[in-house]
Design a protein around this ligand. Structure first.
Ligand code: NAD
Ligand code: GLY
Length: 375
């Protein structure tokens, strides 16, 4: 396996834990990445909290695998945890579950400075993150992501939300954590389909802003598929490094952060059309990136051989390249509901080349129709 490290801002060592910083002035925070971070949990927490009590939100699946190790790591510094478990799955990301967590915190007499630790995938992270933002106008949040998707994306950057019956992630807040703890060993229990889905978001970072990382992914597909510890460490570190830089430059998605949505306008339409849970988010994003690449070939000069590289890499990770046929009307209706629609115009993240993306708002309907109906 080859490691190319072009990081400029942090300490980097393949084998020992690594630390990245999300640079947001007084709200800056570290991301700790390593194979035994849970053993360090108590010590890490001491950097921001001197008390003996912490609250954990998780779900039964994650808790059964990983709660004991986290509890032990915190106990080493005399921190005892109280745990709330939400039901597993996207269905837990709603107002009622949020309200139950807030009620539990009140009944437990949680104080404003007591940390709330989100142990789980993106669902737990988004839900517990919003609870932390709301409880007494904000309690300290520690994100402890346990899926690849959450480790490379959702735990970093401060987006928290629950779903509304009228739309996904429609009720939320920007609320940055105080720390992110990524214990890569947690991935050993993650089902294969969930793991591969997370790799789609990893490919996205290479495609939008890091050509060298994209090439590294191409050269290390086997190590990644085998979840080799060094490869995992590297891929999570580089993904978080890219995300941290984007968030530091554009926390509230006024500009550059929108690039993180490569493939997502198409992907969200696929998830909605086929029903949430049928396709995992990363699977839909993979097809979305293929479609974004095809549109980019028509309007941005994205070269055919680059599109082929993108498709080859996604396929090597076992991700889908095509989705069941949807009518053009279904596509356009669903895509028009996207959060990126501005002034009634759809905005697309497109590729000029691998490693360089742009947001375009001037896509003609005919051009889009050609891509969506292309066999
Ligand atoms: P998820 O949280 O539902 O986790 C997927 C499944 O894996 C669940 O069944 C979970 O219980 C299980 N799981 C988690 N960790 C495990 C482990 N280590 N071992 C075994 N099983 C484990 O899904 P996800 O893909 O992590 O997150 C999807 C959510 O993230 C969506 O709600 C999406 O909207 C949100 N999201 C948020 C952001 C953001 O910036 N806040 C970004 C991307 C996605
Ligand atoms: N996952 C998209 C973002 O954090 O902006």
């Amino acid at each position: 396996m080859q490691i190319t490290d072009n990081s400029t801002q942090t300490r980097r060592d393949e084998m020992s834990p690594n630390v990245l910083q999300v640079d947001l002035g007084t709200r800056s925070y570290p991301i700790h990445i390593g194979a035994d971070i849970f053993a360090e949990a108590g010590r890490l927490l001491r950097a921001v909290y001197s008390g003996r009590r912490a609250f954990v939100v998780s779900n039964p699946t994650v808790a059964s695998h990983h709660l004991a190790a986290l509890r032990q790591g915190l106990a080493a510094e005399g921190v005892a945890i109280e745990v709330w478990q939400t039901p597993d799955g996207e269905c837990a990301k709603n107002w009622e579950e949020l309200y139950k967590i807030l009620g539990w915190l009140l009944e437990s007499r949680a104080e404003r400075q007591t940390p709330l630790i989100a142990l789980g995938g993106g669902v737990v992270g988004d839900l517990a993150g919003l609870a932390a933002a709301l409880y007494q106008r904000g309690m300290p949040l520690i994100q402890v992501p346990t899926t690849l998707l959450a480790q490379v994306d959702s735990s970093v950057g401060g987006k928290t939300a629950v779903n509304h019956p009228l739309g996904k992630n429609m009720i939320g807040a920007f609320y940055q954590p105080q720390q992110v703890w990524i214990d890569t060993k947690t991935l050993s229990t993650l089902p294969s389909r969930e793991y591969l889905s997370g790799l789609a978001e990893v490919v996205k970072y290479g495609a939008i802003r890091d050509r060298a990382f994209f090439a590294w992914l191409e050269e290390n597909t086997e190590a990644l598929l085998a979840r080799e510890p060094q490869a995992l460490n590297h891929v999570i570190y580089e993904s978080c490094r890219n995300k941290a830089m984007i968030v530091a430059a554009d926390e509230r998605e006024m500009g550059e952060r929108a690039l993180l949505n490569l493939g997502h306008t198409f992907g969200h339409a696929i998830e909605t059309a086929l029903g949430y849970g049928q396709w995992l988010h990363g699977e839909a994003v993979a097809v979305g990136m293929v479609l974004a690449g095809r549109l980019s070939m028509k309007v941005c000069g994205f070269e055919k051989n680059e599109q082929q590289r993108l498709e080859r890499l996604l396929a090597a990770f076992g991700l889908p390249l095509t989705c069941p046929a949807l009518s053009l009307e279904t596509w356009t209706t669903l895509m028009a509901r996207d959060k990126k629609v501005a002034n009634g115009k759809m905005r697309f993240v497109l590729l000029e080349r691998l490693g360089q993306a742009v947001v375009r708002q001037d896509i003609e309907k005919e051009m889009l129709a050609q891509v969506l109906t292309q066999k």
